[in-house]
Design a protein around this ligand. Structure first.
Ligand code: NDP
Length: 274
């Protein structure tokens, strides 16, 4: 019998998680079955209960249920508590363990896959939603020189910066205040690219050798990465690597071993562009 896992979201049909985890299972020889479960928007807890009753061992959680998954967890990892959101659930002995692997996935992709160490870098994080919140503590753990958060509504960015003030001095503001500043790493955690919208980024934002990173990914270059390249960013990367790395971290939590990610990422990239 294979152990049962699933990803929960709404919508969920587009999810690449089943293919990623099937590839990890094949490569590691772990016997598991990973499905996509569509939960009703007002029925996440009931869907999880049904899954656990069916023998589910663990689950990934995506939009719009990450905050609800946090509330549902009887135990939270420190990073999940910091993020206020859970993307990885483990079910053991009648208890629900919540974790958040998004930040670890982002950092592994940037520092590991893209060989762009965070130490000493000036980082700009665009956006103050759930994805931004989930990556702040893992970014700070990389000991950057500074972390600045910008949001359309600066209030939200200021609240977020304050929530991490005990780890390091995080600054925040709005887009207009970016004039005259430059950064080594600019991470887009807004959903502007999803709507095909560009961001009001001033000239000179990207320092020499800067990396522009969009958490979003798609068939072609995202609007943010197009804009960054035009404005002089020397390196550009989308969030496909983050997706695969957060999945690998979830797999490690469940199975005790971290799968190799490079072949899975290469195959996903091939499928995306073909
Ligand atoms: P949220 O809805 O929680 O937050 C959206 C953020 O985007 C807010 O800060 C919002 O600002 C901002 N925003 C939206 N539209 C615009 C715009 N036109 N101009 C400027 N800012 C804008 O979304 P999430 O945080 O959950 O997700 C953000 C992105 O990260 C998505 O593209 C998602 O696909 C991606 N993501 C990728 C992952 C991966 O593994 N690669 C994992 C998780 C997320 P305001 O507060 O002013 O509304």
């Amino acid at each position: 019998m294979s152990d049962l896992y699933a990803v929960f979201g709404n919508p969920i049909a587009h999810s690449r998680s089943p293919a990623i985890h099937a590839a990890f299972a094949a490569a590691t020889g772990e016997k598991l079955c990973y499905e996509a479960w569509l939960a009703p928007v007002d029925g996440f807890a009931a869907a999880i209960a049904e899954f656990v009753a069916a023998g589910g061992r663990g689950a990934n959680v995506t939009v719009p249920f990450k905050e609800e998954a946090c509330c549902l967890s009887s135990h939270l990892s420190e990073r999940a508590a910091r993020a206020g959101a859970v993307n990885t659930l483990s079910f053991r002995d009648g208890e629900i363990f919540g974790d958040n692997t998004d930040g670890a996935g982002l950092v592994q992709d940037i520092a590991g896959n893209l060989v762009f160490p965070l130490a000493g870098r000036r980082i700009l994080l665009l956006g103050a939603g759930g994805a931004a919140r989930g990556v702040i503590a893992p970014l700070l753990a990389g000991k950057p020189a500074s972390l600045h958060i910008v949001n359309r509504g600066a209030d939200k960015a200021l609240v977020l910066a304050g929530a991490f003030a005990d780890i390091a001095a995080v600054t925040a503001g709005n887009f207009a205040e970016l004039a005259g500043k430059s950064f080594d790493l600019v991470i887009n955690a807004t959903s502007a690219s999803l709507a095909g919208e560009s961001l009001p980024l001033p000239a000179g934002l990207f320092a020499v050798g800067a990396l522009a990173y969009d958490m979003m990914y798609g068939k072609g270059e995202t609007p943010f990465l197009q804009q960054a390249r035009m404005q002089g960013a020397e390196r550009c990367a989308d969030g496909l690597g983050m997706l695969v790395e957060q999945a690998a971290e979830a797999f490690r939590i469940w199975r005790g071993r971290r799968p190799e990610t490079a072949p899975v990422l290469a195959e996903l990239r091939r499928q995306l562009v073909s």
